[in-house]
Design a protein around this ligand. Structure first.
Ligand SMILES: [Zn+2]
Length: 901
């Protein structure tokens, strides 16, 4: 049964010797495909000093051997070291490299062979991918699994989870082990195939099998009918799938179906009271189901049975029978469990039927209905029951202090949203420790998956095609955060891109000296398609001036830590092993029990966009201040003046070459230390300039204000500036009416709408009003301007570019990323518009006027447009939050000024 580990390293014909032969250059990327090829390659090639790669093993080898070594590919060797350091090499490769190699004649040469065989270089991109499905490694994997599967003293099952569950580099070791309550050990490590990452699981110890008979085949068919699975195949008794060869289609289809069923069952398994008998059984069934899930995936991935036997009709039948049986049993248990849960809920409800007062009330309503000629139906009865229940809280209002708890008791069983995470934090005002609640993203994510599955897919996960398309776009159009992102080592099929949005909103004393603001952080899936209300999820808020600012007790920093911890769990897709302080969960707690298990059936969230306005970036994410002359941008190293000035809006501007790359940013001493950047893969490259703040409330406000000023003070001659403005307003109103403009200014009767006490003109108004004003203003301007004047022509062009941008955005509404052509046009228009604006600004400055002044918001706008081919600026929404904030603020029962945001 147990194979000797030596057996795997097959032929020893990789003898050193044949030195000094001609250097045969292997084609880059064409790594040896079989062991034999690899060995042949080694024989032929010779040592090249330049490619000599020093590592620990080099020292272990004796010097004589090295001169006859085969050539070690330098790039591959570097990749190997990097991956090893990151803990992302499959453990059996590490084992092969560290231990098995020592038994070779020349350990170094064997290691070279491992390195050269393990990676494939893509000649197009120059990137290396890990290919471990070659004989050398598949054998090693098997032996490694055997070794580790049988060496243990406990007889545990082993689930080797690749990629899917192992992305957090902090916990990276070769293998991560965690133990569930029932003693099952899980091992995790990572696998990657040819650039397309796939996460797979495999396991050993599958023994429960029955002998196949005709009777059994009939039974199997009956079971399949119940499960709505189809028979994988009929006849072909002698079928044996050669290891590594393709599985017959029906077989694979069956496995896919079984996998889907297990995932669904896993999601549906909700547990009744812990003490009950059903609970234990259901839990067992769940564990079994997860195990089978792994085994099905193993067969799919490795084309072999979980116990490493080749797939034949015989053993596949046995396997299916077992899976079908277990699944049916699980189904039944689940039905039982649901019944028990229902029963439990019933028990906790008070029986109102006997209550005389209620009957009386129902009688009253019934007779009222009849008086109005309406016949009560069963649904009115249900309504009545609900109303009466509501009326009955606090013993029909007798005890007002009991109302809340009564209400909650009745409502709570129907609330499926995760509870808030409660933690003690230090505050400055009122001073001391207070409980702070946070709605943890990973918990909300999991509870949505579990209880609101349909909504989860609609608002968060979307379908696999959409997810794959999204990540393909990030790769093909090189989103700045894509470079070396840890997602490269994971299965993207279940990866959900997440945006984290922060914003400050006044909640009290608006416009007053003592006004208070509330900072909110919420998150959304970048794939959510439905309305904002249902896709944006609030997670935390903090009232301004109540927090401790600095030191270890700094309130905001600790809140960020909690959030970063939660997002890291969401990234791993697993329930966290510790709380946010790194403490293990208490014995017997649900947190401990589920620690390390998938939190949403393998789905995980990747923090992909950090969204907010410039103030938020500076104040809360500790990113460079936009007023800073030497570093006004958090996304690149542009400067106020000099060669890399942001005021160069041309397509070939020098600052465009200074954009941050993830690794460089993390190595930079001046980077933000906000814990959010400790989430795997998150860096300044994930920052998304907020189009709304940069354009509508930024450059648009200045452009429109300047055009209006220029019109009423210099161009028009209807009388006084006020008369001119009145004429403008008549035009605008008429335009609004004719074009059915969606969002309109309500009035524009005063010059102070755009004239300011200090600084140049700037049009006041909400984002929406400004957004729809471009078209109107273009029409107004072209009515009064002169086509002969160069200056006027420039303004016309500026407004045209502006309107063009808005039209592009409207056209591409609903697209997560813009098509290349659209994105190029948008960028060109943006660049044209800003170049014209800076021209105009210079012209008016020469005449002592502060028209068309530029701020670094113009630069941020360019960043937003530059990203358009990967992330449509429309998916970087800010308007969204106003909706949530409305509800939060209602919740806080404070005044809320609708003019905000
Ligand atoms: Zn920049």
């Amino acid at each position: 049964m147990k194979k000797k580990s030596k057996k795997i390293f097959i032929k020893k014909n990789s003898k050193p010797g044949k030195s000094g032969g001609p250097v045969i250059k292997k084609k880059p990327g064409a790594g040896p495909t079989t062991l034999k090829d690899a060995v042949e390659g080694i024989k032929k090639s010779s040592m090249d000093k330049d490619n000599m790669w020093d590592d620990q093993s080099a020292e272990e080898d004796n010097g004589a051997g090295s001169s006859t070594d085969s050539k070690r590919d330098k790039g591959k060797a570097e990749k190997f070291t990097k991956m090893r350091l990151a803990g992302s090499l499959p453990p059996y490769v590490v084992d092969l490299y560290d231990n098995a190699a020592n038994q070779k004649e020349s350990p170094r040469q064997f290691r070279t062979e491992i390195i050269n065989t393990l990676f494939k270089r893509n000649p197009k991109t120059g990137r290396y991918s890990l290919i471990d499905d070659q004989p050398l490694f598949t054998e090693a994997k098997r032996v490694w699994e055997k070794k580790f599967g049988t060496d243990g003293k406990e007889s545990y099952t082993k689930l080797v989870m690749r990629g899917l569950f192992f992305g957090n580099s902090e916990s990276a070791g070769e293998v991560t082990e965690f133990k569930s309550k029932d003693g099952t050990c899980f091992y995790s490590f990572r696998k990657m195939t040819a650039g397309v990452e796939t996460g797979q699981e495999s396991s050993l110890g599958y023994t429960k099998q029955a002998k196949g008979t005709q009777q059994q085949a009939d039974m199997l068919e009956a079971m399949f009918d119940k499960l709505d699975w189809s028979m994988p195949y009929k006849g072909t008794d002698a079928l044996v799938v050669e290891p590594g060869k393709k599985l017959p289609k029906p077989m694979a289809a069956f496995l896919e179906k079984a996998v889907a069923t297990q995932i669904r069952l896993g999601g549906e398994t909700m547990l009744p009271q812990e003490s009950s008998d059903v609970y234990d059984k259901l839990k067992k069934a769940y564990v079994e189901s997860q195990k089978m899930l792994g085994e099905c995936r193993h067969i799919l991935a490795w084309k072999e049975m979980p116990d490493s036997q080749p797939v034949s009709k015989d053993n596949f039948d046995k396997f299916m029978t077992f899976v079908a049986k277990q699944t049916l049993a699980h189904h039944e248990l689940l039905a039982n469990g649901k019944a028990v849960v229902k029963e439990e809920r019933k028990d906790s409800e008070v029986v109102f039927g006997k209550d005389y007062e209620q009957l009386e009330l129902m009688q009253d309503i019934h007779s009222t209905l009849q008086e109005h000629g309406e016949e009560p139906t069963s649904s009115t009865s249900q309504c009545l029951r609900d109303i009466t229940q509501l009326a009955s809280i606090g013993s029909y209002g007798k005890f007002s202090n009991k109302c809340y708890s009564d209400l909650m008791r009745r409502v709570e069983p129907n609330i499926a949203v995760a509870e808030t995470y409660k933690t003690k934090l230090h505050f400055a005002n009122p001073a001391g420790e207070h409980t702070q609640e946070v709605l943890l993203p990973h918990e909300l994510f999991a509870s949505m998956f579990e209880h609101e599955n349909e909504a989860f897919f609609r608002n968060v996960a979307s379908d696999e095609g959409t997810r794959t398309k999204f990540w393909d776009r990030m790769r093909s159009h090189s989103h700045p955060a894509w470079e070396n992102h840890p997602l490269l080592h994971r299965n993207i099929k279940k990866a959900i891109p997440i945006s984290v949005h922060g914003d400050e909103v006044p909640i009290a004393g608006i416009g007053k000296q003592w006004s208070k603001k509330l900072v909110n952080v919420s998150w959304a899936s970048l794939l959510g398609k439905t309305e904002t209300k249902s896709t944006q999820f609030w997670s935390m808020g903090l009232v301004e001036k109540t927090d401790v600012k600095n030191g270890p007790y700094a309130t905001m920093r600790n809140l960020w830590k909690i959030l970063a911890w939660s997002f890291t769990a969401l990234w791993s897709g697993l329930w966290p092993l510790t709380d946010h302080k790194g403490n293990r969960f208490p014995e017997g707690s649900i947190q401990l029990e589920r620690a390390g298990t998938p939190l949403a059936g393998g789905f995980f969230g990747v923090v992909w966009s950090l969204i907010g306005d410039l103030d938020y970036f500076t104040q809360f994410l500790q990113l460079p201040n936009y007023n800073n002359k030497s570093m006004p941008c958090s996304m690149c190293r542009t400067t106020l003046s000099g060669l890399t000035t942001w005021s160069n809006f041309q397509v070939g501007a020098a600052w465009r070459g200074t954009m941050w790359r993830p690794d460089a940013w993390h190595a930079w001493a001046g980077r933000s230390r906000n814990p959010i950047f400790s989430i795997p893969g998150v860096s300044a490259c994930n920052i998304c300039a907020d189009y709304m703040h940069c354009k509508f409330l930024g450059t648009d406000a200045v452009q429109f204000g300047s055009v209006m000023s220029f019109l009423v003070f210099e161009v028009m001659n209807e009388g006084s500036p006020e008369d001119n403005l009145a004429a403008c307003w008549r035009f605008i109103r008429e335009y609004y009416r004719m074009h059915q403009t969606a969002v309109r200014f309500r009035s524009m009767s005063r010059l102070t709408m755009f004239v300011r006490k200090t600084g140049g003109p700037k049009l006041r108004g909400k984002a929406g009003e400004l957004r729809y004003f471009g078209e109107v203003l273009l029409a107004l301007w072209t009515t009064y301007c002169s086509n002969e004047l160069e200056l006027h022509k420039k303004i016309t062009l500026l407004l045209k570019s502006n309107v063009f941008m808005e039209r592009k955005l409207t056209e591409t509404k609903g697209q997560t990323s813009m098509e290349d052509e659209d994105a190029d046009e948008l960028n060109q228009a943006c660049s044209d518009m800003l170049v014209l604006q800076s021209d105009l600004a210079r012209h008016f400055a020469e005449h002592g006027k502060l028209y068309f002044t530029l701020t670094s918001k113009a630069h941020q706008l360019q960043h937003a447009c530059l990203l358009a081919s990967v992330l449509n600026p429309r998916t970087v929404p800010c308007r969204q939050t106003s909706i949530i904030i409305t509800s939060i603020v209602t919740f806080f029962k404070h005044n809320y000024n609708k003019n905000v945001c």
